[in-house]
Ligand binder design. Structure first.
Ligand code: SAM
Length: 288
């Protein structure tokens, strides 16, 4: 079905299906016709690719992805949208809808069963209430995927794509840089959605690294230390990690010193290698 980003078409469709927007499911549907073709084009929806979409809404992005990719598997939690999607995606025979919470779907199995012989990409206009958990779930599982291209809140996008060592870095910046190369693609104004949210948005892409950084012997410990470093934002690395993990300050200070870090360094000033050396030192000093 064409014109899926036309407000009149959407209103008629949703009224006919007696559909009302769910705020708690983050249902802000795209009504700007220029956005979805750009996400599809920049998100690897092309020949030779299978695409996983998270959160279809009425299928405005799904149909653009289906035009470019060999196959699309879209996961939508809201069963009320299924009859709508049957209508809007009727012309495509390369789309499969899974009615589930994306956090409950076995994506390794899905990729193995649905995308044999294809490269795989993830594309989504994410529900904002669950942006970080979805991104971390996609990255931490080490899925055999090329890229993750997602619309997120502008502030989240700035943090996700901040350059390491700069003010906007947070724990999630370190995590996404560990698994991928993040890139800010373009901004999307709040007026591009129905209903219009109170925040602007942006589209970011994570190009998945073939190899994660060397030198991390225990990823669980590494990410625990990264989270601890940012747990009290205005504190120094040493104070924050010491109080968050309950480790004596002199031990944390020694781990920093042996990593070549100044005692008053702040977590956002550190580069990936600094985190790796510091976390490894701390592990050895605490036998943890
Ligand atoms: N892709 C559509 C668009 O761009 O217009 C809809 C985007 S809307 C921001 C987010 C969509 O994700 C909604 O359709 C919502 O029902 C769905 N959703 C919310 N939580 C979800 C979850 N945990 N798993 C799968 N889909 C979810």
């Amino acid at each position: 079905m064409d014109n899926l980003s036309n407000i009149g078409v959407i209103k008629e469709l949703l009224e006919r299906h007696d559909f009302s927007f769910s705020k708690s499911l983050g249902q802000n549907f795209l009504v700007n016709p220029t956005v979805c073709p750009k996400i599809a084009q920049m998100g690897n929806a092309q020949s030779g690719f299978g695409v996983i979409e998270i959160g279809t809404g009425i299928g405005v992005l799904t149909s653009e992805l289906a035009k470019g990719a060999d196959k699309v598997v879209a996961i939508e939690i809201d069963s009320r949208l299924l009859p709508v999607l049957e209508e809007t995606l009727a012309e495509f025979d390369n789309v499969k809808i899974i009615n589930d919470d994306v956090m409950n779907v076995d994506l390794h199995k899905l990729i193995y069963e649905e995308f044999q012989g294809l490269e795989v990409a993830v594309c989504a206009n994410l529900p904002y209430y669950i942006t970080s958990p979805i991104i971390m779930m996609l990255l931490e599982q080490r899925l055999p995927i090329k890229s993750v291209t997602v619309m997120v809140q502008k502030e989240a996008g700035i943090r996700l794509c901040a350059k390491m060592g700069t003010r906007d870095v947070g724990a999630i910046t370190v995590a996404v840089n560990y698994f991928s190369e993040p890139k800010m693609l373009f901004n999307v104004s709040r007026g591009s959605f129905m209903p219009s949210p109170n925040v602007d948005s942006c589209v970011v892409r994570f190009d998945i690294k073939d190899k994660t950084p060397e030198g991390v012997t225990d990823e669980k410990h590494f990410f625990k230390v990264v989270r601890a470093a940012f747990s009290q934002r205005r504190k120094t690395l040493v104070n924050s990690v010491s109080s968050s993990l309950g480790i004596d300050k002199s031990v944390v200070a020694k781990a920093a010193d042996e990593a070549g870090l100044q005692q008053n360094i702040r977590p956002e000033q550190m580069l990936m290698d600094d985190y790796i050396r510091f976390a490894e030192n701390l592990k050895q000093l605490t036998n943890g």
